[in-house]
Design a protein around this ligand. Structure first.
Ligand code: F0G
Length: 461
């Protein structure tokens, strides 16, 4: 009889390795000080485990590297473009595909055309670059997420769902003519990487149809989202994740996708649309700012790797391992009493630093303090998603804190093994033991915009 194994293994073997430099705490303290206590300023060879992002950090497969060799670098009509275009058309069903160098380029092209001073965009949650592109056009970006998402302990599976009633109220308030688009981000990165259900997607499709509004998917983690639907939404257990993703695309009028996530490549993206007129407008902008229509800022070898990655990502042994290994980290931290956002999403674990370091006020940046501690303890790089990233100042110069002080541990695809993850879990054990000694940080220098990338910090004495 076939035995049922509990262990979900990495469904791949390692053919090429990249060395990790093992460092000690004294060195790391020195480097962190040199980096003005900003982990973005660390050099990557000063980092042991890099959980800064899952974007562009995937390990490519032997097939993808073989594709890189095949890459056709012709300026016009590249064979690699033809492959990439076909894979995307087959998956999404959209007839007009525009290649871009990454996701935000597709966003800029689309939202600068649809946006403007009198426009409003609605989303479950606009990712930072989405919001920035919408707002840069002069338009307003409004997040409409279900109430469950505000409770970190509520483990409702589809916590990425949009609040359709709130969207409808905004449509009534601003008028359908003023809605640039409804954007559904799957999975919802800024919320915790939680999925959106097909039912919710269908409701949004109906809402958009009723009001004649364009419906766009931000599809960069659509395969991970499909896996959650297959596991948890009734009627989908017998469908393949690829079929589920295709169904989701069929409900929207188009998508933007950063290929740096679920297309398993280090660079790339695309915009895909149903409407030929909209596609024409976007194509003009593509040629002016990205490149000709058959490469859009990408090399032939990148396009070849995207075509292959978009196929590999739907391997369900991979998706099981992917979501299981992320959950493994989250569940272990939870058991150790480290507060995490629940349920654990697809690409990252979000630690609630504000709760663990409840003795550090937002003005002393508990999330930032946790990111620095993780680096000092284990050479682990994470990213603060709290008041350093989203804090603002009032007219007296006092901090208006972010709603939560989080630290994101994003897991690169096919890169780290279970022992790397066990090492991270162990580091959190040390972090918890020493939590009361951590006092927080103050900012000594900051730029006007996106301060988290370049600000200088100092530990509070
Ligand atoms: N949309 C979502 C949901 C994203 O997570 C990202 C990038 C983008 C759009 C933009 O894509 O980077 O290719 O221009 N997220 C990365 C992250 C940066 O770390 O979460 P891009």
């Amino acid at each position: 009889m076939q035995k049922q194994f509990k262990t979900v293994i990495e469904p791949f073997k390692i053919k090429t390795v990249e060395p990790i430099t093992i460092t000690d705490r004294r060195q790391r303290e020195e480097w962190l000080k040199e980096a003005k206590y900003n982990t973005f300023k660390l050099k990557s060879d000063q980092v042991i485990i890099d959980l800064l992002t899952d974007s562009g950090t995937s390990a490519m497969s032997a097939e993808q590297w073989a594709g890189v060799m095949r890459g056709d670098e012709s300026y016009a009509g590249s064979v690699s473009w033809q492959r990439m275009e076909k894979v995307i058309k087959d998956l999404t069903g959209y007839p007009h595909i525009l290649p871009t160098h990454q996701g935000r380029a597709a966003e800029r092209i689309l939202y600068s055309h649809l946006g403007g001073e009198d426009k409003v965009f609605l989303s479950n949650t606009h990712f930072d670059t989405t919001r920035a592109n919408v707002e840069y056009s002069g338009a307003k970006a409004i997040d409409c997420i279900i109430p469950e998402a505000y409770d970190p302990d509520n483990d409702f599976t589809f916590k990425g769902n949009a609040d359709v009633d709130t969207m409808e109220q905004h449509i009534r308030e601003y008028g359908a003519d003023h809605i640039g688009a409804v954007i559904l981000t799957v999975t919802n990165n800024s919320g915790g990487g939680q999925p959106v259900s097909m039912e919710n997607t269908r409701q949004i499709r109906d809402l958009c149809r009723r009001h004649g509004i364009l419906f766009i998917l931000d599809a960069c983690r659509v395969a991970e989202n499909a896996w959650f639907i297959k596991q948890h939404e009734s009627g989908y257990s017998g469908k393949s994740c690829r079929e589920i993703a295709s169904e989701m695309f069929s409900l929207a009028d188009g998508c933007v996708m950063s290929a740096k996530k679920d297309a398993l490549v280090n660079m790339g993206g695309f915009l895909a649309l149903n409407d030929p007129d909209l596609a024409d407008h976007c194509t003009n902008m593509l040629i002016i700012t990205e490149g000709y229509t058959t490469y859009g800022g990408l090399s032939g070898c990148d396009m070849e790797a995207i075509a292959i990655g978009l196929d590999e990502i739907f391997n369900e042994d991979y998706l099981q391992y992917r979501t299981r290994s992320t959950a493994y980290l989250g569940e272990h931290l939870d058991k150790m009493g480290i507060p995490v956002i629940k349920p654990i999403g697809g690409h990252a674990v979000y630690v609630d630093a504000g709760r663990l370091y409840n003795h550090i006020p937002p003005e002393k940046y508990p999330g930032h303090a946790m990111a620095c501690e993780l680096y000092k303890i284990g050479g682990i790089r994470s990213v603060e998603i709290g008041s350093v990233m989203f804090g603002k100042y009032d007219e007296n110069g006092d901090l208006i804190p972010a709603p939560r002080e989080l630290v994101r541990l994003a897991i690169p695809r096919r890169v780290y093994t279970q022992s790397h993850v066990d090492y991270v879990i162990e580091a959190f054990g040390f972090l918890k033991e020493g939590k009361d000694e951590v006092k927080g940080y103050q900012i000594t220098k900051e730029p006007k915009f996106l301060r988290h990338f370049t600000a200088h910090f100092e530990p509070v004495q």
